[in-house]
Design a protein around this ligand. Sequence first.
Ligand SMILES: Cc1cc2nc3c(=O)[nH]c(=O)nc-3n(C[C@H](O)[C@H](O)[C@H](O)COP(=O)(O)OP(=O)(O)OC[C@H]3O[C@@H](n4cnc5c(N)ncnc54)[C@H](O)[C@@H]3O)c2cc1C
Length: 470
Amino acid sequence: MVGTPELRDLPPPPPPKRSFDVAIIGAGVIGNALAVALARQGRDVLLLERDLSEPNRIVGELLQPGGVRALEQLGIADCLDGFDAVPCHGYQVRYHDQPVHIPYAMEANGQRPQGRSFHHGRFIQKLRATAKATPNVTIVEATVSKNLIKNAASGHIIGVRCTPRGSKHEICYFASLTVAADGCKSNLRSEFITRTPDVKSHFFGLELIDAKMPLKHHGIVILSDRAPVLVYQIGTHETRALVDIRGKPPSQTDGSLKSYMLSTVLPTLPEELRPSFKKAVDDSKSIRSMPNQWLPPSVNDTPGLMLLGDSMNMRHPLTGGGMTVAFNDVVLVRDLLADVDDLADTEMVLDKMAEFHYRRRCLTSVVNILAQALYALFAADDPNLKILQRGCFAYFQRGGICIDHPVGLLSGVLRKPLVLYGHFFAVAFYSIWIMFRTSSPLLWPVCFLRSFAVFYTACVVILPYIWSEL
Ligand SMILES: Cc1cc2nc3c(=O)[nH]c(=O)nc-3n(C[C@H](O)[C@H](O)[C@H](O)COP(=O)(O)OP(=O)(O)OC[C@H]3O[C@@H](n4cnc5c(N)ncnc54)[C@H](O)[C@@H]3O)c2cc1C
């Protein structure tokens, strides 16, 4: 019947929808979760993603218990099921091959919480499928241009320009609230915040097959005379090894990077991990890398716009805190916006944003400062830092609250900045005490002078990060 006069008389189909309550740029970790959370509040959500195929990245593979809990609060914890995610029960830290076990701390209910580790891309596809299945969420595969649409008179952000995949033409979408969730390489942030990311080091990632783990279902942190190596299972048969390299990394093209992995990194690994690590290096055509960046948080103060996730705040991934912060931010944003009927009320949304930055500190400042401070100690590259590194390990060996509190802070369960500062300075004093204890009394005058330098170094490590969070 197609083409009959009766059908030709039908009115044309409605034009595609171009106006939404919220437009979210980036269907990654935070974008999907936020789309679901806001759509469940009855808002009309547009989610824009430049590439909807399964990402293949070496980021976001270990979710801390505090992140699992946030997914439960958002009602999307089932995104962790059905794709070979494995439980994570805590850490083993190895200092020159001496191990200390740091399980996630027991809670009031007598149970230890669990984290999860997985292939990043598989998890993202689960989140995207959940967003797609949520009524009120429209997903469009399109690359958003840096040039957001502004109201010429007020300067408010009122929408986005984007180029759909496979098209050469830019189209516009309008929204009461635009959220930039475009990740660590955000090309939107530079216009709206003055802070810029600082690259601390690079992680080089290898996938080990059927690796024999020193402790199953635990993250293994390997400390030696060089920057740390992090190893954790991401599937039944696959294990991720992330090798931190400070400064200019050896070249991939002339084979120096592979030689470095085999001659410098391999001997520092636990015996049982070496065969699978060596095989992964030998088999890899090129070893993937990511910059490890630090970007202190900034207050969202542009009307009509919100920066979230890595586009607004990043910390060293050593402690695997990025996704935990992201999902907890979604919980907070959802709750704060719950009583805002109209997101076009920019004054009210900005007030909520100010509150958001104040309230998120309890968790995020802990995760951010801990990640940076622990990295400085674990990658110790000067004698004072090495004293602190050794003291930190000895502190963990004491057990009890010397591990329960730090791991509670790291896992996003214990949200008390003062507890973090207390333990950090306890580590500093304990390191000084260990230095005296392990030195001959003849050297104590030298140790006495050295202790000031060690304490000063501890202050230099943590105070700038505390300051940047204020
Ligand atoms: C080496 C490394 C390891 C890490 N490991 C962990 C870990 O184990 N645990 C953990 O919790 N955190 C980890 N992190 C941090 C974690 O990956 C990030 O915090 C998290 O992915 C941030 O989520 P996001 O949604 O902000 O960004 P992303 O998840 O990166 O999502 C951004 C999305 O935006 C899309 N996008 C970008 N630009 C545009 C555009 N112009 N138009 C349309 N779409 C766009 C991208 O394609 C992407 O899908 C790690 C980070 C690094 C660097």
